[in-house]
Ligand binder design. Structure first.
Ligand SMILES: C[S@@+](CC[C@H](N)C(=O)[O-])C[C@H]1O[C@@H](n2cnc3c(N)ncnc32)[C@H](O)[C@@H]1O
Length: 214
């Protein structure tokens, strides 16, 4: 018999109120659940085999391969295909082996709070990778960047200050949808003075003028 498809479900930005009811059902019906700790903690995983995604994705894929007779669900933060874990899994599994269920992405959430429209922005990620911020900002007037502990808002602000901080308006959204959510808007220098020490954030940059000196 063909093994069941591996579910990859979006859990939204983090607050359980953004988790669709059918996602809870899929997780409830699973034998094995995979995800980052932040994602796993939103679910009751009693009596399930739990594989936390900590570092090596190869080890996680290996565990999944060894348990293909089980019902397996991967919990992704936000929307699984938006710079998310589903893209990684597509490197290891064919689309026919995966059942991907969407979720509310962190960017959708932040833009709703700001009353801004997604198609106006160039979307990119510095999660686990560097980006040439000065090049991007010369190419696009409005940019949204996902960040991480190392490739963080401070790093982006340093670049913008080098270019000319008066040219930019920024927003940084921390811990979006959680009780300790913080959304800060202002000039790069202004924001620098208020940066929390927190790795879970998104940066929105808007260039005010057409011309930037290199
Ligand atoms: C691997 S990416 C996954 C993005 C996810 N698929 C989505 O749709 O939001 C993880 C990055 O998304 C951003 N992110 C996800 N959830 C967030 C939240 N609740 N608050 C702030 N940023 C968040 C952060 O930049 C984080 O480092």
């Amino acid at each position: 018999m063909k093994p069941a498809k591996i579910n990859i479900v979006g859990m939204g930005p983090g607050n359980p109120k953004y988790i669709f009811p059918f996602v809870y059902k899929i997780v409830q019906n699973s034998d094995m659940v995979v995800g980052a700790n932040r994602c796993l903690q939103n679910f009751d995983l009693k009596n399930k085999k739990v594989i936390p995604i900590q570092s090596s994705i190869n080890q996680v894929v290996d565990s999944i391969q060894k348990n293909r007779d089980k019902i397996i669900t991967v919990i992704a933060s936000g929307d699984p295909l938006f710079f998310g874990i589903a893209r990684t899994f597509q490197r290891f599994f064919s689309i026919n082996e995966l059942n991907i269920e969407p979720g509310v992405s962190s960017v959708q959430y932040l833009l709703s709070k700001l009353g801004k429209s997604l198609p106006d922005y160039h979307l990119n990620s510095m999660h686990g990778q560097t980006q040439d911020v000065s090049k991007l900002i010369q190419q696009y007037k409005k940019i949204i960047l996902l960040t991480d502990k190392k490739h963080n808002p401070q790093m982006i602000i340093d670049e913008l200050i080098k270019l000319n901080q008066f040219n930019f308006q920024m927003t940084v959204g921390y811990q979006l949808s959680y009780e300790n959510e913080k959304i800060i808007c202002g000039s790069p220098v202004n924001i620098l003075a208020q940066l929390p020490d927190d790795p879970l954030s998104i940066v929105v940059i808007e260039r005010k003028t057409e011309c930037i000196t290199e």
